[in-house]
Design a binder for this molecule. Structure first.
Ligand code: NAP
Length: 246
Protein backbone atom coordinates (compact mmCIF):
# COMPACT_ATOMS: atom_id res chain seq x y z
CA UNK A 1 0.00 0.00 0.00
CA UNK A 2 2.90 2.32 0.79
CA UNK A 3 4.95 1.43 -2.32
CA UNK A 4 6.48 4.47 -3.97
CA UNK A 5 6.07 6.75 -0.97
CA UNK A 6 9.02 8.66 0.39
CA UNK A 7 10.11 9.04 4.00
CA UNK A 8 12.89 11.32 5.23
CA UNK A 9 14.64 10.30 8.44
CA UNK A 10 17.05 12.81 9.96
CA UNK A 11 19.96 11.41 11.94
CA UNK A 12 19.34 8.06 10.31
CA UNK A 13 22.80 6.49 10.48
CA UNK A 14 22.79 5.36 14.11
CA UNK A 15 20.57 4.33 16.99
CA UNK A 16 16.87 5.14 16.86
CA UNK A 17 17.00 6.84 13.44
CA UNK A 18 18.64 3.80 11.89
CA UNK A 19 15.98 1.46 13.30
CA UNK A 20 13.24 3.80 12.05
CA UNK A 21 14.76 3.95 8.54
CA UNK A 22 14.84 0.14 8.35
CA UNK A 23 11.31 -0.18 9.75
CA UNK A 24 9.89 2.29 7.22
CA UNK A 25 11.80 0.56 4.41
CA UNK A 26 10.26 -2.74 5.51
CA UNK A 27 6.84 -1.05 5.18
CA UNK A 28 7.69 -0.14 1.59
CA UNK A 29 8.80 3.48 1.92
CA UNK A 30 11.67 4.79 -0.15
CA UNK A 31 14.08 6.28 2.37
CA UNK A 32 16.03 9.53 2.44
CA UNK A 33 18.96 9.00 4.78
CA UNK A 34 20.22 12.14 6.49
CA UNK A 35 23.20 12.35 8.85
CA UNK A 36 25.94 14.78 9.71
CA UNK A 37 29.34 13.09 9.81
CA UNK A 38 29.92 9.38 9.21
CA UNK A 39 29.73 8.59 5.47
CA UNK A 40 30.50 4.88 5.80
CA UNK A 41 27.56 4.35 8.19
CA UNK A 42 25.25 6.01 5.66
CA UNK A 43 26.50 3.75 2.84
CA UNK A 44 26.01 0.63 4.99
CA UNK A 45 22.46 1.69 5.87
CA UNK A 46 21.68 2.47 2.22
CA UNK A 47 22.67 -1.09 1.25
CA UNK A 48 20.49 -2.54 4.06
CA UNK A 49 17.52 -0.37 3.09
CA UNK A 50 17.79 -1.31 -0.59
CA UNK A 51 18.06 -5.00 0.31
CA UNK A 52 14.48 -4.60 1.55
CA UNK A 53 13.38 -3.77 -2.01
CA UNK A 54 12.99 0.01 -1.84
CA UNK A 55 15.05 2.94 -3.13
CA UNK A 56 17.11 5.26 -1.00
CA UNK A 57 18.92 8.56 -1.25
CA UNK A 58 21.71 9.77 1.01
CA UNK A 59 21.69 13.48 1.82
CA UNK A 60 24.45 14.50 4.19
CA UNK A 61 23.74 17.72 6.05
CA UNK A 62 23.60 19.42 9.41
CA UNK A 63 19.93 20.08 10.07
CA UNK A 64 20.75 22.88 12.50
CA UNK A 65 21.87 24.93 9.48
CA UNK A 66 18.87 26.43 7.65
CA UNK A 67 20.46 26.04 4.22
CA UNK A 68 21.44 22.40 4.75
CA UNK A 69 18.00 21.47 6.12
CA UNK A 70 16.38 23.16 3.10
CA UNK A 71 18.69 21.27 0.73
CA UNK A 72 17.75 17.99 2.40
CA UNK A 73 14.06 18.56 1.79
CA UNK A 74 14.59 19.93 -1.74
CA UNK A 75 16.82 17.02 -2.82
CA UNK A 76 14.32 14.50 -1.44
CA UNK A 77 11.46 16.15 -3.34
CA UNK A 78 13.50 16.39 -6.54
CA UNK A 79 14.54 12.71 -6.39
CA UNK A 80 11.30 11.05 -5.30
CA UNK A 81 8.74 13.64 -6.47
CA UNK A 82 6.85 13.48 -3.18
CA UNK A 83 7.55 13.65 0.55
CA UNK A 84 5.01 11.58 2.43
CA UNK A 85 6.76 11.27 5.78
CA UNK A 86 9.25 13.32 7.75
CA UNK A 87 10.76 11.86 10.90
CA UNK A 88 12.67 14.52 12.85
CA UNK A 89 15.02 12.28 14.77
CA UNK A 90 18.47 13.92 14.75
CA UNK A 91 19.43 14.96 18.24
CA UNK A 92 22.36 15.45 20.59
CA UNK A 93 23.09 15.78 24.30
CA UNK A 94 25.66 17.99 26.07
CA UNK A 95 24.88 17.21 29.69
CA UNK A 96 26.03 19.09 32.77
CA UNK A 97 24.67 20.67 35.91
CA UNK A 98 23.76 24.31 35.35
CA UNK A 99 26.69 25.66 37.40
CA UNK A 100 29.06 23.96 34.97
CA UNK A 101 27.06 24.06 31.74
CA UNK A 102 28.75 26.25 29.17
CA UNK A 103 26.66 28.63 27.10
CA UNK A 104 27.78 26.79 23.95
CA UNK A 105 26.49 23.49 25.37
CA UNK A 106 23.09 25.07 25.83
CA UNK A 107 23.15 26.70 22.38
CA UNK A 108 24.35 23.57 20.53
CA UNK A 109 21.60 21.38 21.94
CA UNK A 110 18.91 23.94 21.19
CA UNK A 111 20.31 24.50 17.69
CA UNK A 112 20.22 20.82 16.72
CA UNK A 113 17.25 19.45 18.65
CA UNK A 114 14.87 22.39 18.46
CA UNK A 115 15.99 24.71 15.67
CA UNK A 116 17.00 21.74 13.49
CA UNK A 117 13.52 20.28 13.86
CA UNK A 118 12.02 23.68 13.04
CA UNK A 119 14.26 24.02 9.95
CA UNK A 120 13.03 20.72 8.52
CA UNK A 121 9.38 21.43 9.41
CA UNK A 122 9.58 24.85 7.78
CA UNK A 123 10.90 23.46 4.49
CA UNK A 124 8.63 20.42 4.31
CA UNK A 125 5.39 22.20 5.22
CA UNK A 126 4.76 23.95 1.86
CA UNK A 127 5.36 20.67 0.03
CA UNK A 128 2.98 18.68 2.23
CA UNK A 129 0.38 21.48 2.14
CA UNK A 130 0.47 21.39 -1.67
CA UNK A 131 0.16 17.60 -1.68
CA UNK A 132 -2.63 17.84 0.90
CA UNK A 133 -1.19 14.94 2.81
CA UNK A 134 1.77 14.03 4.96
CA UNK A 135 2.78 12.46 8.26
CA UNK A 136 5.32 14.08 10.53
CA UNK A 137 6.79 12.39 13.58
CA UNK A 138 9.05 14.37 15.91
CA UNK A 139 11.29 12.47 18.29
CA UNK A 140 11.04 14.17 21.67
CA UNK A 141 11.92 12.54 25.00
CA UNK A 142 10.32 11.84 28.35
CA UNK A 143 12.93 14.29 29.68
CA UNK A 144 10.97 17.02 27.90
CA UNK A 145 7.99 16.05 30.07
CA UNK A 146 9.57 15.41 33.47
CA UNK A 147 12.98 17.16 33.33
CA UNK A 148 16.28 15.73 34.53
CA UNK A 149 19.12 17.08 36.65
CA UNK A 150 22.05 17.82 34.35
CA UNK A 151 19.91 18.25 31.26
CA UNK A 152 18.35 21.72 31.35
CA UNK A 153 19.42 22.23 27.72
CA UNK A 154 18.14 18.87 26.50
CA UNK A 155 14.88 19.04 28.50
CA UNK A 156 14.18 22.55 27.18
CA UNK A 157 14.81 21.41 23.59
CA UNK A 158 12.57 18.34 23.89
CA UNK A 159 9.78 20.25 25.69
CA UNK A 160 10.05 22.75 22.83
CA UNK A 161 9.62 19.96 20.30
CA UNK A 162 6.39 18.96 22.03
CA UNK A 163 5.04 22.52 21.90
CA UNK A 164 6.02 22.76 18.25
CA UNK A 165 4.33 19.43 17.48
CA UNK A 166 1.01 20.52 19.00
CA UNK A 167 1.09 23.95 17.35
CA UNK A 168 1.87 22.55 13.91
CA UNK A 169 -0.77 19.84 14.29
CA UNK A 170 -3.30 22.66 14.75
CA UNK A 171 -1.91 24.61 11.77
CA UNK A 172 -1.76 21.71 9.32
CA UNK A 173 -4.68 19.50 10.37
CA UNK A 174 -7.06 21.02 7.85
CA UNK A 175 -4.56 20.19 5.07
CA UNK A 176 -4.62 16.47 5.78
CA UNK A 177 -1.27 16.47 7.57
CA UNK A 178 -0.76 14.62 10.85
CA UNK A 179 1.91 15.85 13.25
CA UNK A 180 2.75 13.73 16.27
CA UNK A 181 5.65 13.21 18.65
CA UNK A 182 7.04 10.22 20.44
CA UNK A 183 8.79 10.50 23.78
CA UNK A 184 11.21 7.62 24.28
CA UNK A 185 12.41 6.83 27.78
CA UNK A 186 15.77 5.14 28.24
CA UNK A 187 16.79 3.50 24.96
CA UNK A 188 20.00 1.54 24.37
CA UNK A 189 22.00 3.60 21.82
CA UNK A 190 25.33 5.46 21.54
CA UNK A 191 23.63 8.40 23.26
CA UNK A 192 23.10 6.42 26.47
CA UNK A 193 26.19 4.17 26.40
CA UNK A 194 28.22 6.56 28.57
CA UNK A 195 26.19 5.63 31.67
CA UNK A 196 27.81 3.21 34.09
CA UNK A 197 26.39 -0.30 34.45
CA UNK A 198 25.36 0.65 37.99
CA UNK A 199 23.40 3.70 36.80
CA UNK A 200 21.72 1.55 34.13
CA UNK A 201 20.73 -1.01 36.77
CA UNK A 202 19.14 1.72 38.90
CA UNK A 203 17.19 3.03 35.90
CA UNK A 204 16.09 -0.47 34.93
CA UNK A 205 14.77 -1.19 38.42
CA UNK A 206 12.69 2.00 38.33
CA UNK A 207 11.02 1.09 35.00
CA UNK A 208 7.71 -0.78 35.47
CA UNK A 209 8.47 -3.12 32.52
CA UNK A 210 11.91 -3.79 34.07
CA UNK A 211 14.01 -3.36 30.99
CA UNK A 212 15.80 -0.70 29.03
CA UNK A 213 14.14 0.10 25.69
CA UNK A 214 15.43 -0.97 22.30
CA UNK A 215 15.55 1.04 19.10
CA UNK A 216 12.99 -1.43 17.74
CA UNK A 217 10.54 -0.42 20.50
CA UNK A 218 10.63 3.13 19.13
CA UNK A 219 10.67 2.21 15.44
CA UNK A 220 7.52 0.09 15.77
CA UNK A 221 5.50 3.01 17.16
CA UNK A 222 6.84 5.37 14.48
CA UNK A 223 5.84 2.73 11.90
CA UNK A 224 2.31 2.93 13.25
CA UNK A 225 2.27 6.74 13.27
CA UNK A 226 3.24 6.94 9.58
CA UNK A 227 0.74 4.29 8.51
CA UNK A 228 -2.92 4.72 7.55
CA UNK A 229 -3.86 3.06 10.85
CA UNK A 230 -3.09 6.35 12.63
CA UNK A 231 -5.03 8.64 10.27
CA UNK A 232 -7.21 10.06 13.09
CA UNK A 233 -4.32 10.78 15.46
CA UNK A 234 -2.63 14.20 15.50
CA UNK A 235 -0.98 16.51 18.03
CA UNK A 236 -0.23 13.61 20.35
CA UNK A 237 2.85 12.66 22.34
CA UNK A 238 3.25 8.92 22.77
CA UNK A 239 5.62 7.80 25.51
CA UNK A 240 7.73 4.75 24.67
CA UNK A 241 9.32 4.21 28.04
CA UNK A 242 8.24 0.93 29.62
CA UNK A 243 5.95 2.92 31.91
CA UNK A 244 8.62 5.29 33.33
CA UNK A 245 6.28 8.25 33.02
CA UNK A 246 2.55 7.84 33.58
P1 NAP B 1 22.54 8.67 18.51
O1 NAP B 1 22.74 7.20 18.60
O2 NAP B 1 23.54 9.58 19.13
O3 NAP B 1 22.34 9.05 16.95
C1 NAP B 1 22.11 10.38 16.60
C2 NAP B 1 21.97 10.49 15.09
O4 NAP B 1 21.68 11.88 14.79
C3 NAP B 1 23.23 10.13 14.33
O5 NAP B 1 22.88 9.50 13.13
C4 NAP B 1 23.85 11.50 14.05
O6 NAP B 1 24.62 11.51 12.85
C5 NAP B 1 22.62 12.36 13.84
N1 NAP B 1 22.83 13.79 14.05
C6 NAP B 1 23.25 14.42 15.16
N2 NAP B 1 23.30 15.74 14.96
C7 NAP B 1 22.88 15.95 13.69
C8 NAP B 1 22.71 17.11 12.89
N3 NAP B 1 22.96 18.33 13.37
N4 NAP B 1 22.27 16.97 11.62
C9 NAP B 1 22.00 15.75 11.12
N5 NAP B 1 22.14 14.61 11.83
C10 NAP B 1 22.59 14.72 13.10
O7 NAP B 1 21.13 9.10 19.16
P2 NAP B 1 19.81 8.23 19.51
O8 NAP B 1 19.96 7.76 20.91
O9 NAP B 1 19.53 7.28 18.44
O10 NAP B 1 18.74 9.40 19.54
C11 NAP B 1 17.91 9.70 18.42
C12 NAP B 1 16.84 10.69 18.87
O11 NAP B 1 16.06 10.11 19.91
C13 NAP B 1 17.39 12.00 19.42
O12 NAP B 1 16.56 13.06 19.05
C14 NAP B 1 17.34 11.78 20.91
O13 NAP B 1 17.27 13.00 21.61
C15 NAP B 1 16.06 10.98 21.03
N6 NAP B 1 15.96 10.20 22.26
C16 NAP B 1 16.89 9.25 22.57
C17 NAP B 1 16.75 8.54 23.76
C18 NAP B 1 17.72 7.47 24.17
O14 NAP B 1 17.60 6.96 25.30
N7 NAP B 1 18.67 7.07 23.34
C19 NAP B 1 15.68 8.80 24.62
C20 NAP B 1 14.77 9.78 24.27
C21 NAP B 1 14.90 10.47 23.08
P3 NAP B 1 26.23 11.65 12.90
O15 NAP B 1 26.73 10.44 13.59
O16 NAP B 1 26.59 11.71 11.47
O17 NAP B 1 26.48 12.92 13.68
Amino acid sequence: MLKGKCAIVTGATRGIGRAIALKLASLGFNIVINYRSKDSEAETLKAEVEALGVKSLIVKGDISKVVEARELIEKAKEYFGTIDVLVNNAGITRDGLILRMKEEDFDNVIEVNLKGTFNCLKSVSPIMIKQRHGKIVNISSVIGLIGNAGQVNYAASKAGVIGMTKSLAKELGSRGINVNAVAPGFIDTDMTKELSEKAKEVIQTSIPLKRIGTTKDVAEVVGFLVSDASDYITGQVINIDGGMVM
